[in-house]
Every structure is written in structure tokens, then in C-alpha cells.
Design a protein around this ligand. Structure first.
Ligand code: ZN
Ligand code: ZN
Length: 389
């Protein structure tokens, strides 16, 4: 390890208690998408105390923030270190975003203490509402990332992976409208919206077999009627479609729309499908960045695992089409433990979770350092990014 990276590593170690405190505070005070007011205040307070100028509510998103070193690194190239801090309904930080925020702050503070280069900027971007809200998409559309060159964050998981595919996703509501009538006395007068929903659900199950391996459709029925003796005049459900490309995501959405229309036609009901924006894009990967982060993982004694092929979606997918972005995963649990679980949440403050937190901060700071100090790496990252534009 070169001497600057060794210094980054010891700066992170010196910040260990601050980082544990951030993670513990967020875990004890979970807030869901776009409600992260306490988290935003807390993280802004820590950054201000550590020499950053903080601007809250950027990009017309109240619970976002931008933090730049008051004295020190500014100008281009600028590396953005992203902090997520939203929790899940009911299970709190079951996705481990408390560790993401703590690692990103630790990385930025340590790097700011270490960097002494002439040009190049560092910024921490607080990105709310990863879970279902697409906060990064709103910030990117508002131009928040326009003067930044690279976006970095880590996500806790069950494996150590420098980069992996993520699926594009469209979220939508499906509704059917029929006509009420007495279910026994005059069923012939009714139009059954629930039957239309069930038929649509069965149609979706039938097409699922014929999707490519990256295609996903999943949903729930949220309203199926009001009483068994009334023919339901209204049924509703929430669905996601996902795929490895924008075009296939949109094609599957079209096919699901046809499943609903066919069901509505069969039952004589009306149907309505409404997309809940933003649509998420698949991750645009960057092999140069993944090679750099792999080297830093290995320098920290972390052995990268083979990709297990499990795929989710994130709003960093959209961001990765605006600027080169990296979303490595470091393990805090064994692979059998899924994310979005109580076990995963509790692992964020385990001994292993704490050790991973420090490694994550080091890995991010070292990779940002590589990028800021190597014109050759920046050229290669840009070439790779533009190659697949
Ligand atoms: Zn999640
Ligand atoms: Zn997450």
C-alpha cells in the first residue's frame, strides 16, 4: 500500500467511533423515503463539525444535502461520494443504508484530511429515497451532478463484489372498474372487477415463463372488493417489471399492459394502468473503475467473490448514465441472509458490520484518491464511459 493510502487508512481508523455513532443513530431513528429529516440534520451536523460547508435541500428535494470542504479540495475533477440514509417501512434499516451514510462520511472526512493535490474537488451528496423514491434521479434531473465527474458509494450485502449488473425497473398501479350488484340475487347485473384482476394476474403468470432470464414481474393485489355478497366494482394492485435493458423493461411493461387489457375485455370491465415515476435504468458499469476498486479491496485484504447473479435495482442505475458511477458491495452477513430482513438490519451493528464499515470507507477514499491523482485513469474511465454512450 502506498504511503498516502496508508495515511487514508489510519485517518479512517481514527474516525471509527464517529462512524459507528452515525450508523447507530440512523439505525435507532429510521426514516422512510423523503421523510429523512432527522438523518439529514444529523449527517449535516457531523460534516459541518468536520470542516465541510453544508447546503441542505438541494435539487428541490428537502431531505438532500451537498457538503464540500470549507478549505481545501475544489474544482474539477470532482468526486461525489454518495450517502443514502433512508430506511424501509416496518423493518427500519433492513437495507443497511445506515452503513452507507457512515462509510461515505468517513471516506470524505478522511480523504479531505489527506489530500494535498493542486486541483480536484470532493463533495458528499446526501441522496434520499433510494427505496422506491428515486431520489438520485430527481437530483440528477435538477442538475445537482452537472459539475461532478465520478459518483462513488458502497452497499452492504452478503458478498464482496466490485460491480454487478442492476436491472431497470418500472413501478405501476393496475386498477379495474366494474359494477356492483347483489352477488346472489342479481349476479347477471354486475361486472366483477376482482375477476378481471385475477384474470390479469393469471395472464401475467402465463407470460412469465416466456421472459428472458433478466425479466422480472412481481406484484400484489391491494384491493379486491368490500364484501362477499357484493360483486366488486373496484380492484387494484401494485406491480414492478424489471429487465437488464431499458428496451426490454419497456417491452415487458407493454406485455403486462396487454395482460390487463385482455382480462378487462373478457370481463367487460375497464382498466387503468398508471406508472409511478421515475422509471429506474439498469446500471451502466465501468470496467476501469471496477478494476481500480478491486485493487483497493485486495489491498485491504478483502477477496472479491464471484457474482452470484442475484439482481436488484437502484436509482444509481439512472445516475450511472449521467456520469461514471460505482456501486461495490461488501459483505456484512453470509450469503444466505437476504437484504431487507431483520437479520440484515441487526448485522449492520455487529462486529463484522463495524469492520466492513471501516473497510468500505477506506476503499471509497482510496478509489477517489486514485481517480483524483491520475490523469491516465480519468482518461480511461471517460473512454470506457463514452464507448457505451
Ligand atoms: Zn433496499
Ligand atoms: Zn439499499
Amino acid at each position: 500500500m502506498d504511503s498516502v493510502k496508508a495515511q487514508i487508512s489510519s485517518e479512517v481508523d481514527a474516525l471509527a467511533q464517529d462512524m459507528y455513532d452515525i450508523s447507530d443513530f440512523l439505525k435507532a431513528n429510521p426514516e422512510t423515503a423523503y421523510q429523512e429529516y432527522e438523518a439529514c440534520d444529523h449527517l449535516s451536523g457531523v460534516l459541518a463539525e468536520k470542516g465541510f460547508g453544508v447546503q441542505k435541500g438541494v435539487g428541490q428535494v428537502e431531505t438532500s444535502f451537498l457538503a464540500r470542504p470549507v478549505s481545501g479540495q475544489a474544482g474539477r475533477p470532482t468526486v461525489a461520494i454518495l450517502a443514502e440514509y433512508d430506511a424501509l417501512p416496518k423493518i427500519g434499516h433492513g437495507c443497511g443504508h445506515n452503513l452507507i451514510a457512515a462509510a461515505s462520511l468517513g471516506a470524505a472526512i478522511a480523504l479531505n484530511k489527506t489530500l494535498t493535490i493542486d486541483s480536484g474537488g470532493l463533495v458528499v451528496v446526501g441522496t434520499p429515497a433510494e427505496e422506491g423514491g428515486g431520489g438520485k434521479v430527481r437530483l440528477a434531473q435538477a442538475g445537482v451532478f452537472d459539475d461532478m465527474d465520478l459518483a462513488l458509494m458502497f452497499h452492504p450485502g452478503g458478498l464482496n463484489i466490485a460491480g454487478k449488473d442492476m436491472l431497470g425497473r418500472t413501478k405501476f398501479k393496475m386498477e379495474f372498474f366494474g359494477r356492483t350488484s347483489h352477488a346472489s340475487g342479481s349476479p347477471d347485473k354486475g361486472i366483477n372487477a376482482l375477476d378481471a384482476m385475477v384474470a390479469a394476474y393469471c395472464n401475467i403468470n402465463a407470460i412469465r415463463q416466456h421472459l428472458r432470464p433478466d425479466g422480472r414481474i412481481h406484484g400484489i393485489i391491494t384491493h379486491g372488493g368490500d364484501a362477499p355478497n357484493i360483486i366488486p366494482d373496484y380492484a387494484a394492485g401494485l406491480f414492478y417489471v424489471r429487465a437488464g435493458s431499458r428496451s426490454y423493461r419497456d417491452e415487458i411493461f407493454e406485455r403486462v399492459t396487454n395482460c390487463a387489457k385482455g382480462a378487462a375485455l373478457a370481463l367487460g370491465a375497464a382498466c387503468k394502468i398508471e406508472i409511478d415515476p421515475p422509471k429506474l435504468d439498469p446500471m451502466k458499469r465501468n470496467a476501469v473503475l471496477e478494476t481500480a476498486i478491486t485493487a483497493n479491496m485486495e489491498a485491504l485484504g478483502i477477496t472479491p467473490d464471484p457474482d452470484d447473479g442475484r439482481r436488484g435495482s437502484s436509482d444509481i442505475g439512472n445516475l450511472s448514465h449521467y456520469l461514471p458511477s460505482l456501486h461495490p458491495v461488501l459483505a456484512i452477513v453470509e450469503p444466505e441472509i437476504p437484504g431487507h430482513s431483520v437479520e440484515f438490519r441487526d448485522a449492520t451493528t455487529s462486529e463484522r458490520g463495524r469492520k466492513t464499515l471501516l473497510n468500505a470507507a477506506k476503499m471509497l477514499a482510496m478509489t477517489a484518491y486514485d481517480y483524483l491523482t491520475s490523469a491516465e485513469m480519468r482518461k480511461q474511465v471517460a473512454e470506457e464511459f463514452n464507448r457505451t454512450k
